[in-house]
Design a protein. Structure first.
Length: 298
């Protein structure tokens, strides 16, 4: 099967964890070992990843670079380590490529008026208020935490799609659309320019999965799957669900909501299945023994 696997930024760095090179590599090593099981089983794998914690930390350093440039920086940073750890975990004759990926968004997308995408570390109330006042940041509540939120427009077009398909034809394992891709808009004169936003990685990965004709779409995160009554006394994991069943439920806009939406879009458009689960469970998600599987037929 051709499988697009999206590694969540919070799976590569927990919400309450400090970003360090060693910690990030340790998490990426776990991801690489899990992905290598799919490759060893003969599946064709296309890899994407989140960057919310990483791009947020870079922005916190106080530099003058906008989010699109920081997004490109994290694509290279995470892609480099992931490519190296995959090479260490998998067959030595496999070939890999990390591709900086521009993704077009609509400048009129209403998301620019309502920031919902969490990036960066967690803050206490006092620090969150200080950063909001000093830097003009929007702060939102991510479960028990406070984090910066930024606009997250929907992806429209993957500019490097032809390059991705060319690499896949040559049996290259492609790491692309990292962090949801680099957000760009087209100006009236036809030129492209970056914008201050972070595209949701799951929506970008779902678009990629549809456009490369994937059979399956996996979203790996730091929870075991999709839960009803998340955080409540009656929390229970959904093992299987259809898009229509999930449409009747409500999920947080800044975390599980985009994953569920992207899974439903993929299953509806392709007839394939999407699955949501933990970083270490790639093969079990494909086999349907762990996580939540979303398909037209339960």
């Amino acid at each position: 099967m051709r499988i697009v696997v999206a590694l969540g930024g919070n799976a590569l760095l927990r919400r309450d964890e400090t970003l360090t090179a060693e910690g990030q590599r340790a998490s990426i090593r776990i991801a690489a070992q899990s992905l290598s099981e799919l490759l060893d089983a003969g599946h064709e794998v296309v890899i994407t990843h989140g960057n919310g914690p990483q791009v947020g930390y870079l922005a916190l350093q106080g530099g003058s670079f906008p989010l699109d440039v920081l997004g490109a920086e994290t694509e290279g940073m995470i892609g480099y380590v992931l490519q190296q750890e995959l090479d260490n975990a998998h067959l030595p004759d496999a070939t890999y490529a990390t591709l900086l990926t521009q993704i077009e968004v609509d400048p009129a997308d209403p998301a620019f008026q309502t920031p919902t995408k969490f990036i960066g570390p967690v803050y206490e109330e006092r620090m969150a208020a200080k950063l909001s006042a000093e830097r003009g940041w929007t702060i939102g509540r991510d479960g028990a935490y406070l984090r910066r939120t930024v606009p997250s427009p929907r992806p429209k077009r993957i500019l490097e799609l032809d390059v991705i398909n060319l690499l896949l034809e040559q049996k290259v394992i492609v790491i692309c659309a990292g962090g949801g891709g680099i957000p760009v808009v087209q100006k009236p004169d036809g030129t492209m320019v970056g914008v201050e936003a972070v595209i949701d990685k799951d929506h970008a990965s779902g678009l990629l999965a549809r456009q490369v004709n994937a059979d399956a779409f996996l979203m790996l995160t730091d929870v075991a799957g999709v839960f009803t009554d998340w955080g409540g006394p009656n929390a229970a994991i959904l093992r299987t669900a259809t898009p229509s069943e999930l449409a009747a439920m409500s999920f947080p806009a800044g975390s599980m909501g985009p994953k569920v939406d992207a899974a439903c879009d993929f299953a509806t458009a392709t007839g394939g299945f999407a699955a949501i689960g933990q970083l270490s469970d790639c093969r079990a998600l494909v086999n349907g023994t762990k996580g939540t599987r979303i398909s037209l037929r339960p």
